[in-house]
Design a protein around this ligand. Structure first.
Ligand code: HPA
Length: 273
């Protein structure tokens, strides 16, 4: 079990490297979407491996560092590469950086991911603003002794995704002529892609996209009272939607193809805040 002291030690180390810079927005960049970190101005990069108590990401398309600085004039801390439960980390370890960012001053989490399209109205390349998520019975980072410095034992989850942020990102998408869907993220641990029968079940249960990340970070951010914007990029249609197998390469390729429009959307969103 991680202790409050571990979080403060990680945050204190980072503070020492940031020399007075205080980030307000934590951005988590998903598979193949990490290039946006290159647009950060006045960068200070901190590899996860330098930070006490931090784990490093091993997933393809994820480098493992924080990039701190300004994006659209806003003070951000960008996670270029995130951790996943399927890498063998505990749910708590996966979500750990969110609490550290909160201690550094971040009041908001902007979380992105690559996801499979369950909703048959969606197509590859679509962006989906998340309105909720489903994480059925799978490991929860809040299990264990509550750390009241972050939040209550039984946090409310009625409004995980901030309604103002959702309104603003829809406005920005409209201005840019980007089609933005709104849907529910269904979490699956991976690392194997789902079976077609699982995808049919997830659709019946209300999932619009499926992915292997995001929910642990959102639970910690919600617990700590942070405002959250979540966006999925549909990198492939989920198993069984099309009569073809899934591959990691198509996920990375679709991420690369969408980098430009995804970055422009997020930059314009930050500008409006
Ligand atoms: N399933 C789970 N995770 C994913 C998928 C998928 O189809 N695509 C990208 N991440």
């Amino acid at each position: 079990m991680l202790q409050y002291k571990d979080y403060t030690e990680s945050a204190d180390y980072i503070k020492g490297r940031l020399k007075g810079f205080s980030p307000q927005y934590l951005l988590v960049l998903g598979s193949g979407l990490g290039a946006m970190a290159q647009s950060v101005q006045n960068q200070i990069c901190i590899p996860y491996s330098d930070i006490p108590h931090f784990k490093t990401s091993t997933a393809p398309g994820h480098s493992g560092q924080f990039v701190c600085g300004e994006l659209a004039g806003k003070p951000v801390i960008v996670m270029q590469g995130r951790l996943h439960f399927y890498e063998g980390y505990s749910a708590e370890e996966v979500a750990y950086p969110v609490r550290v960012a909160k201690l550094l001053g971040a009041h908001s989490l902007i979380v992105t991911n690559a996801a499979g399209g369950i909703n048959t109205d969606y197509k590859v390349g679509d962006l989906v603003v998340l309105k909720d998520f489903i994480k059925f019975g799978l490991p929860n980072p809040l299990i264990g002794k509550n750390i009241p410095e972050f939040g209550p034992r039984f946090p409310d989850m009625s409004y995980v995704f901030d309604r103002d942020y959702t309104r603003i990102i829809k406005e920005v998408a409209g201005e840019q002529g980007v089609i933005l869907r709104e849907g529910v993220y269904f979490y699956a641990t991976g690392p194997q892609y789902e079976t077609p029968a699982e995808i049919r079940a997830f659709r019946t249960l209300g999932g619009d996209v499926v992915g292997m990340s995001t929910v642990h970070e959102c639970i910690y951010a919600n617990h700590a009272g942070m405002k959250i914007l979540g966006i999925s990029l549909v990198t492939n249609m989920a198993a069984g939607v099309l009569d073809q197998p899934l591959s990691e390469q198509e996920v990375l390729d679709a991420g690369a193809a969408a980098q430009g429009s995804f970055s422009r959307l997020l930059l314009a969103f930050l500008q409006k805040l």
